[in-house]
Write a protein that binds this ligand. Structure first.
Ligand SMILES: [Zn+2]
Length: 212
């Protein structure tokens, strides 16, 4: 399993059924002439600029983009409306900033793309120095490669890094949890693989005689 999949909240969003039949039924004449800006996660996530009409693969990707935007610019984003057809992103401070995205093709149940339909991109508020988007899961995922190379990365080291790169202070428990999650993700595949085999072969299991 790819380590990144451990961090997905809702994998059902990724179930995509290609269906040319449904699509040709619901495709209208107008849509053929319009080219919408398409969000590309790998290309756009690090320097995200939301655009009116922008298309996301699904609601999960749209929310992920909002969270990353919040982390980068130090805004805490809420989703007061949040289902597979409609997502409204607002700023926690209720300053007026919002993005409303809904299904690009609402009549097609298999086509999950979400599009920005209305928005107010200006904030009338200050930035914050704590941010609930920076969860231990997010840290584990974001710094996975560092944890891979340095499984003993110290708690103060993690805190210092987050403070330097995100201008945010996290508590030691969050840093510790992040390391636990990352190491679990890194070692998880191996442990699982050998876990199945160890039923018949405990030769390498140092705890085999230690039954309490
Ligand atoms: Zn705001």
């Amino acid at each position: 399993m790819d380590a990144s999949t451990l961090f997905e909240n809702d994998e059902s969003d990724f179930k995509y059924v290609a269906s040319n039949e449904l699509f040709s039924e619901s495709a209208s004449e107008n849509e053929a002439h319009v080219k919408y800006p398409e969000f590309n996660f790998a290309r756009d996530i690090n320097d995200l600029i939301f655009k009116m009409g922008m298309v996301f693969a699904n609601n999960h990707e749209f929310k992920e983009a909002c969270r990353e935007y919040g982390i980068k610019h130090r805004y805490q984003i809420h989703f007061p409306t949040n289902d597979k057809k409609r997502v409204k992103a607002t700023h926690f401070k209720k300053c007026g900033w919002y993005i409303w995205a809904s299904k690009l093709n609402p009549k097609d149940p298999t086509y999950m793309s979400m599009q920005i339909k209305s928005r107010k991109f200006e904030h009338a508020c200050g930035k914050v120095f704590t941010n609930f988007h920076i969860t231990s899961k997010w840290l584990a995922s974001h710094y996975l490669e560092i944890f891979r190379h340095d499984p003993d990365w110290s708690i103060p080291g993690i805190i210092t890094r987050v403070k330097a790169y995100h201008t945010l202070t996290i508590n030691p428990i969050k840093a510790w949890r992040a390391r636990e999650l990352a190491l679990k993700a890194i070692n998880g595949d191996e442990a699982e693989q050998y876990g199945f085999k160890s039923d018949t072969s405990n030769a390498n299991n140092s705890n085999s005689g230690d039954i309490t």
